[in-house]
Design a protein around this ligand. Sequence first.
Ligand code: COA
Length: 181
Amino acid sequence: MSVRQPERVETERLVLRRPRPDDAEAIFARYASDPEVTRYLSFPRHASLENTRAFLALSDADWSRWPAGPYLIERRDGGELIGSTGLSFETEQRAATGYLLAREAWGRGYATEALRAMVDVARSAGVLRLHALCHSDHAPSVRVLEKAGFECEGTLRRYVVFPNLSPDEPLDVLCYARVLG
Ligand SMILES: CC(C)(COP(=O)(O)OP(=O)(O)OC[C@H]1O[C@@H](n2cnc3c(N)ncnc32)[C@H](O)[C@@H]1OP(=O)(O)O)[C@@H](O)C(=O)NCCC(=O)NCCS
């Protein structure tokens, strides 16, 4: 049975919370329009605030339909927006996750801290399998997944289009997963 999850979660150094309509400008400016941040992501870099507002509409649709959805990542100390993570439910018991941070927040263990929190949220929601797909060249992300206890199940060949890297053809990706129950 799936269980509704809190819209705000605190970790040692972070606040994870459901996005709000008035977050659009900060999301766009701090990371969604940054080519470095979006290189290995599966959505096109935001070219305008319209793209960011479309993300916020999808977020609300996810939160309406499922026990949780996207979360924004803020520093507890200072409160500024530094990134995004979340759960994308495929069924009540299977979800995907991901994470991204503004460049100034890289290299401090924040992604690992956020991912561990998503594992806890997923488990509380009744998810049995949580997975994440990652470009095989993306060493920092592979490391984050391994630190959070995800295991590589193999390569999904020609599986994901990375619109900011290779928009015309799907590339191979590593499939990482954690079984939660
Ligand atoms: C990938 C990303 C989320 C990592 O966030 P982060 O907060 O810097 O990650 P962490 O600090 O928790 O851990 C990064 C780990 O990768 C390691 N690392 C960093 N660069 C590396 C490299 N080039 N090769 C190997 N390991 C590397 C770090 O040393 C660290 O491991 P350690 O704790 O054992 O030292 C961040 O760089 C980001 O947001 N990138 C853009 C968005 C993105 O690509 N998201 C993932 C899509 S799959």
